[in-house]
Design a protein around this ligand. Sequence first.
Ligand SMILES: O=C(O)CCC(=O)C(=O)O
Length: 293
Amino acid sequence: MEPTGEQIEAYRRDGFLVVEDWLPADEVERVRVHFHRCFEHQWETGLAPDEVNYDPATTPPNRTRQLCNVWKADRTLAATTLAERTAAFAAALADVPGLRLIQDNMIWKPPSGAALLCHQDAAYLPWLDPPNMTTCWMALDDTRADTGTIFYVRGSNGWPRAPLGGTFHAPEDWLAHVRASMPSGAELELVPIEVPAGGAAFHDGWTFHGSPPNERADAQRRSIISHMVSTTTRWGDGTPHPIYSRYRRPGEYELDGAFFPVMWDRAGRREPWLDAWCADAAPTAVGADPVAS
Ligand SMILES: O=C(O)CCC(=O)C(=O)O
């Protein structure tokens, strides 16, 4: 599946592209079941994700919940975040020769859940050379502006690159960092992504985006996200990342495909073990949404 010329043009101009029907309905149902197992800390493979920002017993109920690199913990979720077609489509949008997963992300904003800071993803990657990112954000619920969906700042991919600033989880003002970083004379055009469950939005690593609080007391807002980097990316010589730099072989610059798998490249490369890893997931009965009211 390839983007049309119009989609590529829109992505490069706006810094994002919405594709309303990305995941089939049965995949959305399967993913929801495994998403909730993971938030209950049930790791299908026995391996924990790299970041677990949620504990059912202690996390305040209105906090937006997050797990990162769940592909190692659950192979049903891996099949979605490591899908070849996602990388092929995104590489064409971003005009890169191929993409590897740097991190996947599960975001669960519960009813009345707190905001996430409006930020640029690539600013979090000074440990890579060059810092870059292409993301596929996939909705597991019908999203609306008032359910705390993701918002993009149209055209901010063309703004000067800002340093990191602000608190990611539950900031007091989710727009403070982008307002402080935007060039003078620029307009803050916020675009809420309102899609049916299974809809997706692709965005560039320098596009400002974030999400306000979920204003509704009756709506979940869940998403599963593939954060990818170009296959031309190498380790940088800057300050190591406290978690992800563990996967660097001393003295080497090449990213290791065992930890940052190549999903697709123009030469036909994909990690040879990847399809078996995803296919080995135990079949899941498709059924009721675990948090449906
Ligand atoms: O889902 C959200 O609210 C934000 C997600 C995000 O920051 C991202 O996909 O890069």
